[in-house]
Design a binder for this molecule. Structure first.
Ligand code: ADP
Length: 363
């Protein structure tokens, strides 16, 4: 640095850096700490300027999840800055985070700097990706193992299966293939939801027709359930993608059947609420603990993963339903108490008829 203004400029640049920076002089004392470093470690630069860098590192190590091990690594790092460029550690306070530290030697042989990066978010995303991969592979593997098992059994040349058994095995293979197909469709929908790229083709839709179709569909699969539809005589049209909203209704109705194993009434209601139509689906099933009401809309979340394994389902249905309803500008939520049945509600915007007429004119 040649003059004062260059020095100031450099200091400004270091101060506004998104990463934390600490500079240590050749006597091992801290000479600079930028605001980001203060924020990361919850300290004031004033307290540490001119302090022994070793002391600062020991304070950090104490606050980390590995303590002495980190203190030793810090000491090593300081001596061999050029050889060990990276060090990663987790801090417990002020807020749990993962920090990546990068040493760099300064022109003056013994002086050095450390760049501190908060990589907590990257780590979380990595962890989520890994979890997603392992869940997905598990979910794909289960039906696949079944298909493979029954196909191999059928192909055995040393056993002759009677026709009824063959048909039964083929039926299972078909059922498991359908499950696999549904899962892959769900995963594709889910990835579109997450990328904010869910394609919906909205048009003015009569909810009455969609509700009726979905209920008829569910009725075919129900044995100990009965359905009640409570729709007002005059229901305004909503702006919706009929295929996607049909998917939401089918999913919620299927859950209503699945999670009320003792049967009972399933009521579908549509009512006008301001500028929206609110659709509610109420069952008399096992209900959902209050504290989990929001989490059931998270992907792969299941209240009782062990029992849903048996009933089928991957924990994606409601996450997709939420993505679809939100892409329509609507809201979806559940109301329930364990053992008291559940109500799922979602809103869709009513078509403003005058807007619609204007749009028609333009076309
Ligand atoms: P799944 O494929 O497991 O049904 P969903 O995303 O559709 O996945 O639902 C997530 C979880 O929410 C289910 O595993 C279940 O625990 C709970 N759930 C959904 N609908 C109901 C309901 N009507 N009654 C009780 N629990 C429900």
């Amino acid at each position: 640095m040649t003059d004062a203004s260059t020095r100031e400029l450099a200091q400004d640049a270091l101060s506004s850096l998104a990463d934390g920076v600490t500079l240590v002089n050749d006597a091992g004392r801290i000479v600079f700490m930028n605001p980001r470093a203060e924020e990361l470690f919850g300290v004031h630069a004033g307290e540490w300027i001119d302090a022994d860098a070793g002391k600062f590192f020991r304070a950090l190590a104490k606050n980390s999840t590995v303590g002495d091990v980190l203190a030793a690594r810090f000491a090593q790092q300081t001596v061999r800055a050029r050889e060990l460029p990276f060090l990663e550690f987790s801090l417990r306070t002020p807020r749990e985070k993962v920090i990546q530290a990068k040493w760099f030697a300064l022109q003056d042989a013994n002086a050095y700097g450390v760049l501190w990066r908060d990589v907590t978010h990257e780590k979380e995303v990595d962890q989520m990706k890994n979890q997603l991969l392992s869940t997905v592979s598990h979910e794909l593997r289960t039906p696949l193992a079944s298909i493979k098992g029954f196909a191999t059994t059928l192909l055995r040349s040393d056993v002759r299966w009677d026709e009824a058994t063959q048909r039964e095995f083929l039926r299972i293979i078909e059922e498991e293939s359908n499950r696999l197909e549904e899962l892959i469709d769900n995963l594709l929908d889910m990835s579109q939801v997450e990328a904010g790229a869910l394609r919906i083709h909205r048009e003015p839709v009569q909810l009455r027709r969609l509700v009726r179709e979905a209920v008829e569909n569910a009725q075919r699969r129900a044995d100990s359930h009965w359905f009640v539809m409570d729709l007002p005589a005059e229901l305004p049209r909503v702006w919706a993608d009929p295929r996607r909203i049909g998917q939401v209704l089918n999913n919620i109705l299927e859950n209503a059947l699945k999670y009320s194993p003792n049967g009972g009434q399933i009521t579908v209601t549509c009512e006008i609420e301001g500028e929206t139509v609110l659709t509610s689906i109420a069952d008399q099933g096992e209900g959902i603990p209050r504290e989990l009401l929001e989490r059931i809309f998270d992907r792969f979340f299941q209240v009782d993963a062990a029992s849903t394994r048996k009933t089928g389902g991957s924990g994606l249905g409601l996450a997709i339903a939420k993505g679809i309803v939100e892409a329509h500008g609507g809201v979806i939520w559940a109301e329930s108490e364990a053992g008291q049945g559940s109500v799922f509600r979602f809103s869709l915007p009513i078509v403003n008829e005058s807007d619609f007429l204007e749009n028609q004119d333009i076309e």
